[in-house]
Design a protein around this ligand. Structure first.
Ligand SMILES: [Fe+2]
Length: 313
């Protein structure tokens, strides 16, 4: 794959999109929705099918591919009810994005709408969420966090997908995953890598309501502050967020992207990141591409962040 060359300081182009909520396949079996999914099914048929449009997603992904990103990150909520048929359809969509070696995804709360949904569906997407380790566990409850090394980047996928009570869309990383994450962050810091962490739920408190928040955000953020991280990408709110998290290694941007298929809360959008090695760390150039009112893709907010990091030297 193409990627940053640590010796030459060559750059990597990374695209981040989220929450595509692909169309619900026809013929949903009744027995599969006699649970919390029934509310989700009603919501889809009464409003959500009008908000999440495949033609918007297609235009957005075509624009993204035109920029020829080296890596594509998809931060969850590809489905609506976490049905097997949705997992299959989403796998086809992932295949259209590119080779699993350069496309990475994680689950969102919709993938885990009911007990067992993500456990059963995960196998369909495994090439797209698994890490590099050959012996990596296929047990999804302990497979995360996952790690992919791509040139000078450590791509770390964290799962916050847990089953919520009806009316809630909370997430949780959990003690075991947090413990394993400490080791991953420590190890990749020692390797001098740019640690890019992807999680579905916004980690910083107050970003979304308590009905949709990350239950263990305090423990999770304390961990990141203590171990350090270079950048955090998330979705879930269907809105853009630009925040900073103080860490032991310096401030880290925490950036959320709107849904890739909806104009409801904000225009559908994705973010492009150009990450380059600098003398004292890394330089990140970020650009938002969004769907304008006329249906054309436009360039939105652009900004640069210099991340001074001792371990990159
Ligand atoms: Fe979500």
């Amino acid at each position: 794959m193409q990627g940053p060359d640590r010796k030459t300081g060559a750059e990597v182009m990374l695209a981040h999109l989220s929450d595509p909520h692909l169309p619900l396949p026809k013929g949903v079996p009744l027995r599969a929705v006699l649970n919390k999914r029934l509310l989700g099914l009603l919501s889809w048929h009464t409003k959500r099918h009008r908000r999440h449009r495949p033609e918007i997603l297609a235009r957005l992904t075509a624009d993204m591919q035109g920029h020829v990103p080296d890596l594509i990150m998809v931060s969850g909520d590809l489905t609506n009810l976490g049905l097997c048929s949705e997992y299959r359809a989403a796998r086809h969509w992932l295949d259209t994005l590119g080779d699993p070696a350069r496309v990475m995804t994680i689950p969102g709360n919709h993938e885990a709408l009911v007990t067992g949904a993500w456990d059963r569906g995960a196998a369909q997407w495994q090439p797209y969420w698994q890490g590099d380790a050959e012996h990596e566990s296929t047990d999804v409850t302990c497979a995360f966090p996952v790690l992919r090394r791509r040139g000078g980047l450590a791509l770390i996928g964290v799962s916050s997908a847990v089953v919520s009570p009806p009316g809630f869309a909370v997430g949780e990383v959990g003690r075991g995953q947090r413990d394993r994450l400490v080791a991953l962050l420590h190890q990749t810091r020692a390797e001098g890598l740019f640690r890019l962490l992807m999680i579905h739920h916004p980690p910083l408190p107050g970003t979304v309501s308590s009905r949709k928040h990350l239950r263990d955000h305090a423990e999770f953020c304390a961990l990141l502050e203590r171990e350090g991280v270079e950048m955090v990408l998330h979705g879930h709110s269907h809105r853009s967020h630009h925040q900073m998290l103080p860490t032991c290694d310096g401030p880290a941007p925490v950036i959320g992207v709107p849904s890739a298929s909806s104009m409801h809360h904000e225009p559908a959008a994705y973010n492009l990141y150009r990450i380059t090695r600098a003398d004292d760390g890394w330089q990140v150039e970020a650009t938002t591409r969004y769907m304008g009112a006329a249906g054309h893709m436009e360039t939105g907010r652009s900004f640069g962040i210099a991340l001074a990091r001792g371990h990159a030297a």
